[in-house]
Each structure stands twice: as C-alpha cells, then as structure tokens.
Design a protein around this ligand. Structure first.
Ligand SMILES: CC(C)(COP(=O)(O)OP(=O)(O)OC[C@H]1O[C@@H](n2cnc3c(N)ncnc32)[C@H](O)[C@@H]1OP(=O)(O)O)[C@@H](O)C(=O)NCCC(=O)NCCS
Length: 182
C-alpha cells in the first residue's frame, strides 16, 4: 500500500505524512489548545508518535496527510480513518494558529471527502466533533456535512464514583420503588 500520495485543492497540497514530519506533528499534537479538542485528549511524545507511525505504515484503515498552504508551509494535518467498504471518518487540525480562520480546514475537509467518496468508494464520511468545538462544527457544516446523531458517553472518573452518578440519575425512581422491574 502506497501512503506517499498527494492531493491538491485550489490553495492546498495534502501530502501523505512521512517520518520526517514527526517534529511538527508532535509539536502541534502536544499543544493543549489542540489536544483538548481530540477524543484522545492528551499530549503525545516523539517516542509514542514514532511507534504509532510504524504501525500506521501498514494500517489499511487510515491515511494521514500534512497540509501545506500556497507558500508551501506546513500548517496542519488531516486524515481519513476507520476506513471500511462503507464509511470512514475525517479529522483535521490547523496546527499553525496564525493560519486559522482562512478557510483552510474547510478546504481540506472538502478535498478529503471527495477522495473518500471517489477513490475509497465509501458511501458515508463521518466527523466526530466535541459539543463545545464550534469552529470544528463550522468546518464540517461548510464541507456539506449534516448533524445526524447525538452520542452520550460515560467517562470513568476517580472523584465521582459510578454508583453515585447513577444514583443521581435514577435515585428518585429507585427510592420510590418504581425502578425498572418493580
Ligand atoms: C477547528 C479548526 C480545524 C478550524 O480551522 P480553520 O482553518 O480556522 O477553519 P476555517 O477557516 O475553515 O473556518 C471554518 C468556520 O469556522 C469558523 N470559526 C473559525 N474559528 C472559530 C472559532 N474560534 N469559533 C467559532 N467559529 C470559528 C469560521 O468563521 C468558519 O465559519 P463559516 O464557514 O461559517 O464562515 C482549527 O481551529 C483547529 O485546528 N483547532 C484545533 C484542532 C481541532 O479542533 N480539530 C478538530 C477536532 S474535531
């Protein structure tokens, strides 16, 4: 599988990530302003990235790209992951903060969505966006995406035990003897 592929849009070049991009990627990916927006919300080390990169090279289910602007400067990353015959997920980050607000993320998402539909042949591309990340929601809306589901998560948390949180949610019913099964 050749991952060293490139795609162009009006202003951008998306080029498959290489080992030599590691320093930029780790730098952007370790900035709290960036990683707090991800579902795996933590910084990464160079060692972790390089280990991940070796696995990535043989992983058929994802393609990641460096984004270069009109001046040839690397400004961020974008990718397609969880690729099946049917669907995949798009992700994006404009790591260079001075390059935000110029429509680059929207342009990158449009380009990769086109690649996914035409080249990978999927029927659906999904974007997962945290509720508070309005800029990211605007990006996919600008790319023609439509909000289609609400996902609720239960996060394990040391200072808020499971039973206590469930009791809060269902306590009223259970105390009144009207819980499920009664
Ligand atoms: C979210 C992010 C990718 C946006 O990149 P960008 O290139 O600045 O986005 P664009 O210039 O294409 O702007 C897209 C839309 O977002 C809006 N937008 C940009 N920054 C915004 C902000 N801070 N708050 C609200 N809306 C914002 C723009 O006005 C534009 O809206 P419009 O299409 O309705 O005019 C970039 O801020 C980023 O990389 N953030 C950190 C990583 C991240 O959040 N990744 C996505 C994880 S799901």
């Amino acid at each position: 599988m050749n991952k060293d592929v490139s795609y162009r849009s009006a202003r951008l070049l998306l080029r498959g990530i290489r080992r030599e991009d590691a320093a930029k990627i780790v730098h952007w990916r370790s900035d709290p302003d960036n990683y707090r927006t991800f579902f795996d919300a933590r910084p990464i080390t160079m060692e972790e990235h390089l280990t991940w990169f070796e696995r990535y090279l043989v992983d058929d289910a994802r393609y990641d790209f460096m984004i270069f602007n009109e001046d040839g400067q690397p400004i961020g990353t974008a990718g397609l992951s969880s690729i099946t015959d049917d669907s995949c997920e798009v992700s994006y980050m404009i790591g260079e903060k001075a390059e935000r607000g110029k429509g680059y993320a929207t342009e990158a998402v449009r380009l990769l969505t086109d690649v996914a539909l035409r080249e990978l042949g999927v029927k659906r591309v999904v974007a997962r966006v945290r509720p508070e990340n309005e800029a990211s929601a605007r990006v996919v809306i600008g790319g023609g995406y439509v909000e289609s589901e609400r996902i609720f998560t239960f996060e394990a948390s040391g200072d808020f035990p499971l039973e206590q949180r469930q009791h809060r949610a269902f306590g009223g019913l259970a105390e009144a003897g009207r819980g499920a099964g009664h």
